[in-house]
Design a binder for this molecule. Structure first.
Ligand code: SF4
Length: 93
């Protein structure tokens, strides 16, 4: 199920949302159809002052759809896997 970024931010009452560079942008840019370009969304994210907050929000919540913090779900999954591997390494060392 798709979630519109702006709605999600509003529901969660995230303080940084008011600074989001994507406010007012069409949600299809951030939730493109499979195989569609993500370039426009990523360009908006690249100039966003809350990019780090947004990315952390999506990574920690396991957001499975859309562009958050300038990264796709696949790119965020790599971060989650890396963090899991680092946590495991710390646990065994
Ligand atoms: S990083 Fe991108 S998706 Fe996140 S708030 Fe900024 S513009 Fe929106």
């Amino acid at each position: 199920m798709r979630r519109e970024l702006i709605d999600a931010l509003a529901v969660e009452q995230v303080g940084w949302k008011e600074y989001a560079n994507c406010l007012g942008a069409h949600h299809d840019l951030f939730f493109p159809d499979r195989g569609a370009s993500t370039r426009a969304a990523k360009q908006i994210c690249a100039e966003c002052q809350v990019r780090v907050d947004c990315l952390e929000y999506a990574v920690t919540r396991g957001e499975k759809f859309g562009i958050w913090g300038g990264l796709s779900e696949r790119e965020r999954r790599k971060i989650r896997k890396q963090r899991a591997a680092e946590a495991l390494q710390r646990a065994v060392s």
